[in-house]
Design a protein around this ligand. Sequence first.
Ligand code: MN
Ligand code: MN
Length: 459
Amino acid sequence: MLTYETKNGWTAGMDAKAAFAFAEGYKSFITTGKTERLCCRQAVALAEEKGFRALDTVDSLKPGDKVYVVNRDKGVLLAVIGSEDMEQGIRFVIAHIDSPRLDLKQNPLYEDLELAFLKTHYYGGIKKYQWTTIPLALHGVIFTAAGERVEICIGEEPGDPVFTVTDLLPHLSDEQAMKKTKDAISGEALNLLAGSLPGAGDTDCKEKVKQNILSLLHQKYGITEEDFISAELEAVPAGAARDVGMDRALVGGYGQDDRVCAYTSLSAILATEQPAKTAVCVLVDKEEIGSMGNSGMRSAFFEYALASLLQKRTGTYNELMLKTMLHNSACLSADVSAGIDPAYPDVLEKRNAAKIGHGVVLTKYTGSRGKSGTSDANAEFVYAVRKRFCDAGVIWQTGELGKVDVGGGGTIAQYVANLDVEVLDCGVPLLSMHAPFEVASKADIYAAYQGYLAFLTQA
Ligand code: MN
Ligand code: MN
């Protein structure tokens, strides 16, 4: 055929039964994994079920061995050792497990007009108005003055209370309605409504509602107000991921950027047995705020974990071995792409936009304003992945993040590419990316899993 056209996966040979069954595990993963810490914990639990062991409990590695290295409870590197020398190159699939949300400030609790609130600082690129008037759950950890680690989860169980950010009634919104949507809700207005019941205790206390919240927190968790300072608490949309549509072919839920690629790449590494090249899946944190910090992709943790693998595989280590291995390695940067939305077709260029249901998306470059800030995959490597996907019967398409000069964005691909690794962005197209309720097709989710598995197990 001389012309190129993508096909709808459901009519192009996608195994619908397998895709629907796979989506059940996925929905459960994102329903439980509302934070990077919870995703990391789930990934480790699933990996241990499949025989993966913590790398620091292993003295040496041989082909077929399965190991993982956890990074500060917020990320994990999982490896299945190949039969070839690691210096001949390994295969990576890397996804991120942080998602946009509202983080509590260090001193969050206050009372105003006899209502208690928790102040937040939003994390990642959100449209602020989307985060008002929806039920929010609170997850995270608090380290108390006594040094105890307290885990918080409020708002996910059916009987739990939830939190919410209030918004103006339309009757009094004339001034707000005249503002640009990005200014309509201010960042400092993203406060979680957290209580309204005055406590019965101390009669001199001016802030009885706040006082009551503090005493409830103390009873339940043994914490004081100062303990918020050494906490990481994240407000996220409450509730479970759901099927969308009468035909149930779509998944709707929070955090699909990028847990959809995290779950599919994790499932691929868990299904990898006796590969020729060592297969590695990495789940990282902090992508949504630039991959900075020691749990992000720009952290030296990545090289530390790989150096440890090399040392345990070969019994020796030097820097040239690591650099040679990276130079010969290849990576799929597993991150979501924008699916073209019939309500807003003008922001994407239809000949190069990803379509929902047309398979996993290969994105040669991201960036903005003249490809600024992208690694722009080499044609040789795009060919290699294209060939592998075609040979393995993976349903795939291409996509780009918007029309030229309309906007743009980046992924972790550039940071991996800078380490001298071949990299291509490859992931699931979403509708409503970064919204509290994002949408993906079960066909694309399953195609991503098949694509990552084909890549990791390629001889
Ligand atoms: Mn992403
Ligand atoms: Mn994102």
